[in-house]
Write a protein that binds this ligand. Structure first.
Ligand SMILES: Cc1ncc(COP(=O)(O)O)c(C=O)c1O
Length: 400
């Protein structure tokens, strides 16, 4: 007996679709790392492929984890279902963004939220608009539910940066095709470009006029906030009901294992629809508890931002000294990098053999065959090692 023909049409299509991402959940990362170690006699493989914050999480979390009464707290809570309305955390996030706590929906990481949004808005043949390169999960999940992509490729000549021209082209596409959804990441993953607030407003207004919705995914948003203010499109939710702004505890808060992300919107229909698709209990009490603690430590976020800037600058200066490598400027903790003599796969392989795992962007929509890798700015010591790895690659190139 085969169950193939009782699967939904979308599932069958999605099962045969090729993913364009640089990561795949089918890859057993642990096995890959062990294999690299064995084949190349490496003691350690450094993860430059994951957009994580190598400064770690808040000291408040460390303090809690070291507290003797944590065990008692766990004993009290683990046998119960968690709070399914996340009151405390929503109130705290509402304070941070100056919004109504009712305007928040939480999810098991933003990946789940992107899934809920796709399911809430799209079905057979519904158009969605997406400038590329972008976070490829947007397109993957939208296509999985039957959405039809309208891609706007960014110009290689402009180093894949958004320009004023991008905004006017997007506005033309919005009025010409009336897609249901516009997906944006800001700062953009994978380029790390920070898009000005006024562009977010212009696009949200253009979409509102056409009765369509906008998602501004600010997974890396805290990297471009300032110490004085949260610089977020969340402010626009007060004026526009068609806007959804997303943030996560996975990036600057350095807590990806908690799997806590959130959506902000003032659209009652949007809040209801997205909540419909979230499970009743997407995360454990422990995740909620620690996210609540991380959310009050604004100093940690400020310090992480400052520390990153110093290491980012230092890494860039070192990369600039290499003759065959070039990188794109970025406002986050990731950088796009390439080598003028090597294809992306060759460079990926060369670095992997030296113990550095990077993200190969060569299959990513909008960056196909551009030979870029994406690396994360790690600790100073790790970055120095990475640069030495690049120097070795350069020496090998000169010798060959
Ligand atoms: C733009 C963007 N959105 C969402 C996510 C997913 O974040 P989470 O860990 O909250 O699922 C990522 C992770 O890399 C990302 O880069």
């Amino acid at each position: 007996m085969t169950t193939q023909n009782i699967l939904s049409r979308h599932t069958r299509l999605a099962l045969t679709a090729e993913t364009e991402d640089y990561v795949s959940k089918d890859t057993d990362e642990h096995k890959l790392i062990e294999q690299l170690k064995r084949d190349n006699g490496l003691e350690k493989v450094y993860r430059f492929d994951i957009g994580k914050n190598s400064d770690g999480y808040s000291d408040l979390i460390t303090g809690i984890l070291e507290k003797a009464d944590l065990a008692e707290l766990c004993r009290q809570n683990l046998a119960d279902y968690p709070d399914n309305h996340y009151r405390l955390l929503r109130r705290r996030l509402a304070d941070l963004h100056g919004l109504d706590p009712e305007w928040f929906v939480l999810s098991a990481g933003l990946e789940s939220m992107i899934d809920h949004i796709s399911r809430a808005f799209l079905q057979n043949g519904d158009a969605f608009l997406i400038p590329v390169p972008n976070f490829s999960v947007f397109a993957d999940f939208s296509i999985r539910v039957g959405g039809r992509p309208i891609y706007l490729p960014l110009e290689p000549e402009a180093n894949f940066q958004w320009t004023a021209g991008t905004i006017s082209t997007l506005k033309s596409l919005i009025s010409a095709h009336g897609p249901k959804l516009l997906w944006i990441s800001n700062p953009v993953n994978p380029t790390g470009q920070s898009l000005p607030f006024k562009w977010m407003e212009e696009l949200t207004a253009a979409c509102a006029l056409q009765g369509m919705a906008v998602v501004v995914d600010e997974a890396y948003g805290e990297y471009t906030d300032t110490d004085r203010e949260v610089v977020s499109a969340s402010r626009l939710t007060q004026k526009y009901e068609n806007l959804m702004v997303l943030r996560t505890f996975s990036k600057i808060h350095a807590l990806p294992n908690l799997r806590v992300g959130y959506l902000m919107s003032s659209g009652r229909d949007i809040l209801k629809a997205v909540s419909l698709y979230r499970p009743m209990f997407p995360f454990s009490w422990f995740s909620l508890f620690l996210a609540g603690i991380a959310s009050i430590d604004e100093e940690h976020v400020q310090e992480a931002r400052r520390k990153l800037l110093v290491r980012h600058e230092r890494l860039c200066r070192q990369l600039e000294k290499l003759k065959t490598f070039s990188y794109l400027p970025s406002q986050t903790n990731t950088l796009m990098l390439r080598n003028s003599h090597l294809e992306a796969t060759e460079l990926w392989q060369g670095l992997a053999q030296k113990g550095f795992l990077t993200a190969n962007l060569n299959r990513v929509n909008g960056l196909k065959d551009q030979n870029f890798l994406r690396i994360t700015v790690c600790s100073e010591e790790e970055n120095d090692r990475f640069v030495r790895g690049c120097q070795k690659i350069e020496q090998e190139l000169m010798a060959s």
